[in-house]
Design a protein around this ligand. Structure first.
Ligand SMILES: Cc1cc2nc3c(=O)[nH]c(=O)nc-3n(C[C@H](O)[C@H](O)[C@H](O)COP(=O)(O)OP(=O)(O)OC[C@H]3O[C@@H](n4cnc5c(N)ncnc54)[C@H](O)[C@@H]3O)c2cc1C
Length: 409
């Protein structure tokens, strides 16, 4: 259904030029979309961003924000920051826990409804126009523009930037449903009994037997825990694994309230296809989460900054021509090798979790490098290389905690 332009577009009319054309239309106001909207508005482009939901909106996510993601954003998160993470508790089935201090803090936690609203507000303050409750439906490309059918009418733009998440409608419509491979993950928001959050303090917990072939996490927020399980190999019965994981921890017993939710994490772009003509894919829509921890926010933000750089480097030429390949080239050069190394590390660790836990995770030198992955002080390729060349050494017994001892968490 085509609505009259005035009626359909409301506020966004201001972001269109005389021909009724936005420079860029971004679909999805998650971290990728809103950060990109901010960067492009800063370049002086006319940016319209649409989302099928009204904001603030909930998003299934652990809300673990790595230091490298915070550094990439480069501004104070203010009250959207729930807990600074200065240490990681690493254990196996709640036994043999070691605490890895991480100074400066390697991460923080956020609640996505607040964090995403903050990023969106920041983009709008820079000049981007936001249309809430406007879903992408379909698009057709002509020589100099893209006509986008939304649930509220037709929009036209020079460049359509798809940041509409793991189940991206733009990707499914314009690139095919099989482009991205993904796995499920499940989490619970758990409001614990009194005193339990204080017991955790500024620590996040990673259990390398949280589920078969994967891990479990406990991330503290201001008033609740986010508890979840994930495996890069996928798997069924996630709720059962999550219940088993939750039951292993004293801090999570007799909670005041628990809310369960699950979604998918996209781990691979099978054809390494990130753009076609005037349509580019970003973040989860492009299949850019990493396999080791299921971290996706940093890679969503990074793909946005790469897209903004590609547009700037082209002197906005890619708005005029449809054949710019710079975005894909930069992704292939800067992001894909890291994601590939993360996938290898995930295979190494989760295929042999007991061995990997006792010889890699408990090894101070190696878990120091793992902490560097989260903070951004170390790249995945470098970490994988160091782990591989140290192979004979890390088979030697490491200074580990007394084996079999249950942790107090
Ligand atoms: C259980 C779980 C736990 C996770 N925990 C973490 C974690 O702790 N740390 C981390 O870094 N990553 C985590 N991730 C991954 C992370 O959530 C994603 O990688 C990240 O949100 C990707 O950001 P994005 O901007 O690409 O997409 P999204 O954040 O998914 O945003 C997409 C936006 O597009 C909108 N949209 C969708 N369809 C349409 C449409 N047709 N039209 C218009 N708008 C549309 C949506 O409403 C949404 O606002 C987790 C994922 C899961 C499933």
């Amino acid at each position: 259904m085509k609505l009259g332009r005035q009626m359909a577009l409301g506020d966004t009319l201001m972001s269109l030029d005389a021909a009724g054309m936005a420079d860029v239309l971004i679909v999805g106001a998650g971290p990728a979309g809103s950060h990109l909207a901010y960067l492009l508005a800063e370049q002086g482009l006319q940016v319209t961003i649409i989302d099928k939901q009204a904001f603030p909106r909930a998003k299934v996510c652990g809300g673990g924000l790595s230091r490298k993601a915070m550094d990439l954003l480069g501004f104070d998160l203010g009250p959207a920051l729930h807990q600074t993470i200065g240490a990681a508790i690493l254990n196996y089935r709640n036994r043999d826990a070691i605490i890895r201090e991480m100074q400066p803090a390697a991460a923080c936690t956020v609640v996505r409804s607040e964090f995403d609203k903050l990023l969106l507000d920041r983009a709008c303050a820079k000049g981007a126009r936001f249309l809430a409750e406007t879903a992408f439906v379909d698009a057709t490309e002509t020589a100099d523009a893209v006509s986008v059918i939304t649930s509220r009418g037709v929009l036209r733009c020079r460049l359509l930037l798809a940041a509409d998440g793991a189940a991206s409608a733009v990707r499914n419509k314009l690139f095919g449903k099989d482009l991205v491979a993904y796995v499920p993950a499940m989490e619970a928001m758990l409001w614990p009994a009194e005193g339990m959050l204080e017991r955790f303090g500024a620590r996040a917990l990673f259990d390398f037997d949280g589920m078969p072939g994967g891990y479990g996490w406990i991330f503290p927020k201001r008033d609740h825990f986010n508890v979840g399980v994930y495996s890069p190999f996928g798997g069924a019965s996630l709720r059962r694994h999550l219940d088993r994981f939750t039951a292993a921890y004293a801090s999570l017993q007799q909670p005041l309230r628990v809310e369960y939710q699950g979604y998918i994490i996209p781990l691979e772009n099978r054809r390494k296809l990130f753009q076609r003509g005037r349509v580019w894919l970003l973040g989860d829509a492009a299949g850019l989460a990493e396999a080791l921890f299921g971290e996706g926010i940093y890679f969503a933000l990074k793909s946005a900054s790469i897209a903004a750089r590609a547009i700037a480097a082209d002197g906005a030429g890619c708005l005029i021509r449809a054949d710019s390949a710079l975005y894909s080239q930069l992704l292939r050069r800067e992001l894909l090798p890291e994601l590939r190394a993360a996938a290898w590390m995930a295979r190494l660790i989760y295929r042999f979790p007991k061995l990997a836990f006792s010889h890699l995770v408990l090894n101070q030198r190696i878990n120091h490098d793992f902490a560097g992955l989260i903070s951004g002080q170390m790249g995945y390729r470098h970490c994988l290389f160091k782990t591989a060349v140290g192979f004979p050494r890390w088979l030697l017994p490491s200074k580990a905690p007394e084996r079999g001892v249950k942790s107090s968490y």
